[in-house]
Design a protein around this ligand. Structure first.
Ligand code: 5AD
Length: 360
């Protein structure tokens, strides 16, 4: 697919033609990654963050938000919960926590890998090469870092880093992959300032980066952030002209196109998508390209503090309610829960190529 074909799909509004996009994406998903829906247990283990991203409710300047870091034992209890429910992976996510001790996290990862059959995905923001290498050595299998937008000027504006010459995440991801991680990234759909052409470029970057996991969710405005305030200002004109919309429909289009461009990757249906469409967000996401679902295992007392955006889906849901919701969803889809760690075919074939090179 070239630029103009991608753009034409993004702009498509005819329901009949969109049905064609959904079925192309669904068929490609079935052929390349099968009917299993891999369920990942999410542990949001720290909301401390040194970053000041203009879109995110956990930015360091939000002094009103109380901060927490789960203990080793709390994390292990959550991880054992994932095993008990039959999940194959835990995703350990945090803000860019400056107080995160490299050896402490290495020990937690080692313990999970030693005591459980779980794969471990980390998502802890931009970390030093030393930390990333140490955690991979400790047994972390995957790393997830969204580049959010490929528009470098917009990125600088909304992600003031405080570090001189900080590289763009697009330039960090190849190093993460080279460390041996199964590598994930993604974008924010409809972030203010995102143009149609930059969204096309985002999709093409997915292919170029040879990613293994790609997660995309809509921008959900948070009233106590610079971008949220701008977005929620009374009288603000809706998305028009160059600005892409942050709707669920636009998110499905991005997910479907991602599946067509990168058929062998794992694609989650995101919490942000289910937040803006509680009724059918996950269902439609999984019918339009996605094959991964995240379930929140963060202890309930911390969930509302992991406040990336307001009214996040599932923050009060008990474990039983989650289990029920997932089984209803799978039954409705006519699909089954994936077994085992559920690595992406893209990663599996890269690993095979690497081992055969070493053997030669
Ligand atoms: N709306 C939706 N998603 C957001 N994220 C951060 N802020 C928002 C927001 N306001 C996403 C980013 C980040 C991920 C953890 O959460 O894409 O990578």
């Amino acid at each position: 697919m070239n630029k103009s074909e991608i753009l034409a799909w993004l702009l498509e509004e005819d329901p009949g033609r969109l049905e064609r996009l959904w079925s192309l994406a669904d068929n490609t998903r079935r052929t390349h990654v099968g009917d299993a829906v891999h369920i990942r247990g999410l542990i949001e283990f720290s909301n401390h963050c040194r970053s000041r991203c203009h879109y995110c409710g956990m930015r360091s300047e939000r002094k009103a938000l109380s901060r927490y870091r789960m203990t080793r034992e709390e994390i292990l209890v959550s991880a054992r919960g994932a095993v008990a429910r039959g999940y194959g992976t835990v995703v350990m996510q945090s803000g860019e926590d400056p107080g995160l001790d490299v050896e402490w996290l290495a020990d937690v990862i080692e313990t999970i890998r030693r005591e459980t059959p779980l794969a471990v995905t980390l998502s802890c923001g931009e970390r030093s090469e030393y930390e990333l290498a140490r955690w991979h050595k400790a047994g972390a299998d995957r790393y997830y870092l969204r580049f959010e937008t490929s528009d470098r000027i917009l990125w600088k504006e909304i992600h003031p880093s405080g570090r001189k010459n900080a590289p763009h995440r697009l330039d960090i991801l190849p190093g993460i992959r080279d460390l041996g991680y199964e590598t994930g990234s993604g974008i924010l759909v409809g972030i203010p300032g995102q143009t149609w052409s930059s969204l096309v470029e985002d999709l093409q970057s997915f292919r170029r980066l040879d990613l293994d996991m790609i997660g995309c969710g809509p921008f959900v405005p948070h009233e106590d952030t610079p971008l949220g305030r701008k977005y929620l200002k009374p009288g603000r004109a809706g998305s028009k002209g160059e600005q892409t919309p942050n709707t669920d429909l636009m998110t499905y289009k991005v997910m479907a196109l991602t599946r067509l461009l990168c058929p062998d990757v794992n694609i989650p249906t995101t919490t942000a998508l289910a937040t803006i469409n509680r009724e059918t967000g996950h269902l439609l996401g999984l019918r339009r390209g996605a094959n991964v679902l995240m379930v929140n295992l963060t202890p309930i007392q911390y969930r509302s503090l992991y406040e990336i955006y307001p009214a996040k889906e599932g923050i009060r849901e008990s474990a039983e309610e989650q289990l029920d919701r997932v089984s209803v969803l799978l039954a409705e889809l006519g699909r089954t829960a994936g077994e085992g760690p559920g690595a992406s075919p893209n990663y599996e074939s890269r690993r095979r190529a690497m081992t055969s090179q070493i053997a030669r």
